[in-house]
Write a new protein. Structure first.
Length: 577
């Protein structure tokens, strides 16, 4: 069965990056690893090939190496011990002309190799005898089926290859349409059943994912709900591997018990809106039965019920991804000032997993290749509230939405807008959304780091924009911060419509600071045209800054150092005399 862990595509040179991107385009969630110093525009940089590949392999991550097969073999040879635990390992030629599955026969490596080969219009170099002769992989069944007794499979397949016949009990088109030697009188048997059966050496048992767990209300703790479900499954003699998912109304999607139960059963959760369930309820179904029928269809059967819980069987394997919707997720992320190298691993993972990206066009463009395959929702920089509402509405539909800010999303950015909208509007459909804020390197941190440590002691930030707050408040804060001798980071210093505010801010500061106080101007940090320079407070005029400039005003203790290489460093001492 194909592993559910997203694969890692590993490259050693820039020539392989284009081929790697073709592979990641058909493998959702795949991460591109590139050798540091030899590759650019990759998701993760590494310095040691062997250590990286062995670590990924040990974690159970499928590895696709765009390199010689021998390199992967020699790298992983000391770790090869248990084929049941091995993730898929595939070697791909630099030009995509060869795709060779190496390890992970029980984890779907041949299927993975075929998917990759299809991208390059070549045939995967499949060498598994059973796979070639019977046109099916009995050890790694397709999604929706689980082999219950893999220990018996080796002898079983050997007998088939030696000429034995096999009879099928149950329905599975992937077996019926194969080239297996099927005979109703065969001395070998393949059973397809969602019930607990006692395996034997001459019988392979496949559990189809045909069972739906429906929960319409939470009437206990996680342990209590799970115990009730386990009791119903035991009474019905259901094989746990046949459980396809936990299904529930969207109104209880935020309840952690639902997700804890699904996690314990190792299945996904899916949800139905009230409109989806309404017609079933009017037909006389109980709430839990309505959820179950919504999951399996009217051709299925509800076999067990208890308060708020129903167990149902579908006539065909259930693909949860096509039923109902996921719990909506909304992540507000900070990409950092601009450079991908300043983007946190957490933010990169969110960008890879998200279905939709929402943000100001300039910020979405900073995401680069991580935006590929995503639905973009661009908007103007000043449309924060409408952008937040759009993001919440998309997430309410079960999508995974990433709201993209530069810098840190909680500093004069979209995280606040999201919570403002939540606070002002009481929309029930937003109640189910899971919201997460992922921090980023702020513009003031990047500017400070580029020049030294001007924020090395107490500091504050003040936005000079008077669009959302009156200038009188800004004046008070500048004066208070200056009198308290904070180093100050000014955001939004000037724009085409706002120029006089920076002059006024300087005049206020000069009441408390000397004219030669160091001032740092950081513009386009991490982007093309980055500049960082030091001037004095008396030279701070609107002409030296724009909306892409972050200004740091030193405290009375801030010092400037002229370095031997001609560069200037600025720092604020940790000790006050």
């Amino acid at each position: 069965m194909m592993t559910k862990v997203a694969p890692a595509v590993v490259v050693l040179g820039q020539n392989s990056v284009a081929v790697a991107r073709k592979i990641t385009s058909v493998l959702p969630g795949a991460t591109l690893y590139g050798l540091a110093g030899r590759t650019i525009e990759v998701d993760v940089s590494f310095s040691n090939f062997g250590e990286t590949v062995r670590e990924l392999f040990a974690q159970g991550t499928p590895v696709i190496g765009i390199c010689a097969a021998g390199i992967l073999i020699r790298t992983l040879a000391p770790m090869i011990s248990d084929k049941r635990q091995e993730p898929p390992v595939v070697a791909v030629a630099e030009d995509g002309s060869a795709v060779v599955p190496l390890l992970g026969g029980l984890s779907g490596v041949n299927d993975l190799a075929r998917r990759i080969a299809k991208v390059f219009d070549v045939k995967a170099a499949i060498t598994t005898t059973g796979d070639i002769r019977f046109r099916t992989a009995l050890l790694s069944p397709p999604a929706g089926y689980h082999l219950a007794n893999p220990d018996d499979a080796k002898t079983f397949i050997s007998d088939l290859l030696a000429g034995a016949q096999v009879k099928l009990e149950g329905i599975a088109l992937w077996l019926t349409n194969s080239q297996l030697p099927i005979d109703p009188n065969g001395n070998l048997t393949i059973k397809i059943s969602d019930r607990l059966l006692q395996p034997t050496s001459n019988c392979l048992i496949y559990n189809p994912a045909t069972i739906a767990i429906a929960i319409s209300e939470i009437s206990g703790t996680e342990d209590e709900v799970l115990a009730s479900i386990q009791q119903l499954l035991t009474e019905a003699e259901i094989a746990p591997a046949s459980i396809a998912g936990v299904f529930a109304p969207l109104t209880i999607a935020a309840n952690p018990v639902i997700h804890a139960v699904a996690s314990a059963l190792k299945v996904p959760t899916r949800f139905f809106t009230s409109n989806h369930l309404e017609s079933l309820l009017t037909q006389g179904y109980s709430p839990s039965q309505a959820v179950a029928i919504a999951a399996i269809g009217t051709d299925g059967e509800v076999i067990k019920t208890e308060k708020g819980i129903a167990i149902a069987i579908s006539p065909e394997p259930i693909n949860p991804n096509t039923i109902g919707q996921s719990r909506g997720r909304l992540a507000v992320i900070g990409t950092g000032p601009g450079s991908l190298q300043w983007m946190s691993p957490e933010v990169k993972e969110i960008l890879k997993s998200a279905t939709d990206l929402v943000g100001y066009t300039t910020y979405l463009n900073l995401v680069g290749s991580l935006a590929e395959g995503k639905q973009r929702h661009d908007s103007d920089n000043r449309q924060e509230i409408s952008r937040a509402e759009m993001a919440l509405d998309l997430a309410a539909q079960g999508r995974y939405v990433a709201v993209v800010s530069s810098g840190d999303p909680g500093i004069y950015a979209m995280a606040t807008a999201i919570f403002e909208v939540l606070d002002r509007h009481n929309k029930p459909e937003w109640d189910s959304i899971e919201i997460h804020v992922a921090p980023g390197i702020s513009a003031m941190q990047a500017t400070a780091a580029a020049i030294g440590a001007p924020l090395g002691h107490d500091f504050c930030t003040i936005s000079l924009s008077d669009i959302l707050k009156p200038w009188s408040i800004i004046e008070q804060r500048i004066a208070a911060a200056a009198e308290a001798d904070f180093a100050i980071a000014f955001y939004n210093p000037v724009s085409k419509e706002r120029t006089w505010q920076l002059t006024e801010a300087r005049n206020i500061l000069l009441r408390y600071r000397t004219p030669d106080t160091p001032v740092i101007l950081g513009r386009n940090l991490g982007r093309n045209g980055q500049t960082v320079k030091v001037i004095t407070l008396e030279d701070l005029t609107p002409e030296v800054a724009d909306m892409r400039t972050l200004i740091i005003i030193g405290s009375s203790k801030t010092k400037t150092i002229q370095r031997p290489d001609g560069n200037v460093s600025v720092y604020t001492p940790r000790h006050y005399s």
